[in-house]
Design a protein around this ligand. Sequence first.
Ligand SMILES: Nc1nc2c(ncn2[C@@H]2O[C@H](COP(=O)(O)OP(=O)(O)OP(=O)(O)O)[C@@H](O)[C@H]2O)c(=O)[nH]1
Length: 396
Amino acid sequence: MNRELVEQALARWSAPIPPALRADFDAYHRAQSLRFLLLMNLLGQAAYVSYVAADYLVLPDIAHESARARSIFLAITLPLTLAAMRWVRSIHLLDMLLPTLILLATLIWFDLLARSQMPAVATYIYASMIFIVLANLGVRVDFLPALGLSLLISAAILHGVLRLHRDDPQAVMVFVLVYLPMLLFSLFTSWHTTLSGRRAYLHSVLDGMNRQALLQANEKLHALAQTDGLTGIANRRQFDEQAQLFWDKARQTGKPMALLIIDLDHFKAYNDHYGHQAGDDCLVRVARVLSEHMREGDYFAGRYGGEEFAVMLAPAWPALAGAVAQRLTQAVRQLGIAHAHRGDGLSVVTVSIGAALSSDDGVHGVTDLIRCSDALLYEAKRSGRNGYKVAPRPLS
Ligand SMILES: Nc1nc2c(ncn2[C@@H]2O[C@H](COP(=O)(O)OP(=O)(O)OP(=O)(O)O)[C@@H](O)[C@H]2O)c(=O)[nH]1
């Protein structure tokens, strides 16, 4: 979703929901408002039924009829409400359930009042205000349909009042004067509630976008902090973390790990003759060989620093470490990167490797392992380069 669209919608006073977000808006409101709508409907029905007590007090002549009508009303609307809240997916329909039932309740109530001969009817009609207030307070999502239903409820109330005060226009006028502010107040409330609902939703979309962007930026930063900028493989920081993990696992499983330190041979001469940029390209190609060389098993390749790389594998034994070191030296040599100025008779870029194992004598931690690999690398260099040394038994 386009962030600008959401911001534009929020900038408009009516905060319209962009079409692309409507389905999500409905789902959001269903989750937010379903419980409220259910409670409002149940409370409304409970209040409607409880007015039977008032009828027995002030309109005893229609109290029985009222009790029957209200009971029938409840018998229909209660299961209907529960079923609608359970099965109806559309939050718009659920939102309109309460005003619709209130319209029905209004019609029934005025019909009952019209049958009563009690003088209290003239004042009791003012209780009808509760219908319009409740209808509008219960609205969460759609103001316009709520407005339509409010007008219908008001028409039903006015029709009932006119019927009861057929010969008393002054009483009708007083009722209307009292009723109108109540109607406007409750309409304002439902307009404000629905507008706030849209705004809250649009803000939640923006918050979600912000969180997502932050998450992505964090992931990117994390990757950058762990990756070597030149070669794209793991950097020293990540290598150190992984070395400790490899070490811990080796101790837990009792199976040794191997650490291979890989150093380019005569790389200073390469840089001096082919230039620093060519030196960088050479490092990138060697890094690719190391990182792509083995895909299965616990294998980890990183740039250790400068023209030095490191590879870890687990579990590892001297023979396996030797075999991997041999394959790696061979693979780099086979890249065939021309190096005519190394001065030892060879004419391509090669590497020397020192490989130590966690099971070697005197190795008690990652630092010892690195020290041993370094010492073996030094031996490999001294033995003429383009080769490897593995402890405890030199293989070449
Ligand atoms: N192009 C390039 N060169 C680098 C980079 N990091 C280190 N080097 C170079 O690698 C060279 C390493 O040189 P030395 O440590 O003298 O080792 P060597 O010439 O490879 O000799 P031996 O290791 O004994 O075979 C130096 O010239 C560094 O400048 C890098 O990121 N890019």
